[in-house]
Design a protein around this ligand. Structure first.
Ligand code: GLN
Length: 500
């Protein structure tokens, strides 16, 4: 029998239902694993006593007749979701010590389903980054290799699932932050379509792009977690009446569009090989039809995203001033408001966050608004239309391709060159700009032993086809190896640097 930390949530749920395992035993096992590998840098906050209390309550509920796929199952939570019983920092020093007075809707729904909130995971500060090196606290590891980043910004959640610290996790995805770390760490990452999962209580980065979603060991687990969170929320007016998805039937002969621009210049050969083999597998095993399509506006995605996302961030982050949220320093001299803002925001935001606030403020300022922000909004519309038109024109069910142009990013590689980091988002961003759903499913390992994900993209309303294709792909692919325990131990022992 596999060790508990290698089981997925569906398997664990079966053991719990059959009374072969209790949630307290499961959590005790996983907490011991967390204690074994603190050097992975996964958790910003882990309250062992609280977890065991919640697990005991779940066991008690089961004893009195409660059931459900998430009952007693631990879910690691990116530290961007507000949790009323635990600190929430969004990976930033400016929110150190902040305890929100309420739960995010996603958190509340998972608690209602009996899930155990299993710690708050490390992330790039305010979800800005693709490497986790922008965390305000400490970097996080990629359990496959001590030299490589886990991806970002939901790197802590990806690492938690990949290293077997928690079977399920939540991330958020504004421009790829669920799918890219999912791809780099070899776990499933699903970014739901905009408006399907509530953003209430999710600390906002770019409100028109942010979505919360599952990071899991299997596609089936992602579906279960998504279903527990989906639906209209009166506290988030952008949410829609979306019903949970029934387990999709395996649909044969799906029409899959492959954008030629996604396989073009800049794609690492090892990634291209794995994607090509995966697409061949889908054709052979599921009768999928591949259709080459063109999305010529892909070349504008990065520029458009880094105007819109920074503009929204500059506005969203204006509220962090250490007066309304967070813990003020014990000794403060006398300040006027302007000096206070300069001093506190200047000291406590990291370089990347300050860079984005400045870019965002610039593109919104009078004289530049039309040239940058307004134009970016227009191109955003073109990018979204292009995707939808290509799907309609070729009668496609889905669009498929790589997630990240690189299989691995080395620590330090992007620190001196933010543009290099931004370019890494080129294959994920258009999905957010279009408000579509996207999933990264582990597809294979490079010769170097680094995971690569295959991306499935569907417009809102076509999630059924997405899950159907992803489930069939996962089955055709067969089981993948776990990260070697020796690599995890090597990550645990290694010192890593931060961007600040
Ligand atoms: N890497 C992208 C960025 O730095 C995406 C982040 C995200 O999805 N939260 O903005």
């Amino acid at each position: 029998m596999k060790p508990l930390h290698h089981l997925n949530a569906a398997e664990l749920s079966g053991l719990l239902a059959d009374r072969k395992l209790s949630s307290v035993e499961l959590c005790t096992h996983l907490l011991a694993r967390c204690d074994q590998y603190p050097g992975l840098g996964v958790f910003l906050h882990l309250d062992r006593a609280q977890i065991l209390r919640d697990a005991a309550a779940a066991d008690q509920a089961r004893a009195t007749g409660a059931t459900g796929p998430l009952l007693g199952i631990p879910v690691a939570m990116k530290d961007i979701f507000t949790t009323k019983d635990q600190p929430t920092t969004a990976g930033s020093k400016i929110l150190q010590g902040f305890r929100p007075p309420f739960d995010a809707t996603a958190v509340q729904k998972l608690r209602d389903a009996g899930a155990i909130i299993f710690g708050k995971t490390n992330m790039d500060e305010f979800a800005m980054g693709s490497t986790n090196e922008n965390s305000g606290y400490f970097p996080c590891a990629n359990p496959w290799s001590p030299d490589h980043v886990p991806g970002g910004s939901s790197g802590g959640s990806a690492c938690a699932v990949a290293a077997g610290l928690a079977p399920l996790a939540l991330g958020t995805d504004t421009g790829g932050s669920i799918r890219q770390p999912g791809s780099l760490c070899g776990v499933v990452g699903f970014k739901p379509a905009y408006g399907t999962v509530s953003r209430y209580g999710l600390i906002a980065f770019a409100s028109s792009l942010d979505q919360a979603g599952p990071m899991t060991r299997t596609v089936g687990d992602a579906l279960a977690l998504y279903n527990a969170m989906v639906g209209r929320d009166p506290k988030d007016s952008t949410t829609l009446d979306t019903a949970p998805l029934a387990p999709p039937a395996p649909r044969k002969g799906l029409r899959l569009g492959v954008p030629k621009e996604w396989l073009g210049e800049g794609l690492e050969p090892a990634v291209r090989d794995i994607i090509q083999r995966s697409l061949d597998l889908l054709v052979r095993q599921t009768g999928a039809q591949l259709v080459e399509i063109s999305l010529p506006s892909v070349k504008y995605c990065v520029s458009v995203y880094y105007i819109i996302a920074t503009a929204e961030a500059s506005s969203n982050l204006a509220r962090f001033d250490l007066l309304r949220y967070g813990k003020r320093p014990a000794e403060v001299g006398s300040y006027n408001l302007k000096d206070w803002y300069e001093e506190m925001r200047g000291q406590l935001f990291g370089d990347e966050v300050r860079r984005r606030i400045m870019i965002g403020t610039h593109v919104l300022s009078s004289g530049y608004y039309d040239a940058y922000y307004l134009k970016a909004q227009k191109v955003r519309r073109l990018i979204a239309d292009e995707l939808h038109h290509a799907m309609a024109q070729h009668n496609l069910d889905l669009v498929v391709g790589p997630v990240s142009p690189n299989a691995g990013i080395r620590f330090g590689e992007c620190l001196a060159d933010p543009l290099k980091m931004y370019l890494n988002d080129i294959l994920t961003i258009s999905v957010n700009l279009a408000g579509a759903a996207g999933m990264s499913v582990p597809a294979g390992l490079t010769p170097e032993g680094l995971p690569v994900g295959l991306q499935f993209v569907a417009p809102r309303g076509k999630e059924d086809a997405l899950f159907s294709a992803a489930l069939q792909f996962e089955e055709a692919r067969g089981p993948l190896p776990e990260p070697p325990e020796a690599a995890i131990a090597a990550c645990n022992a290694k010192e890593r640097g931060l961007a600040r």
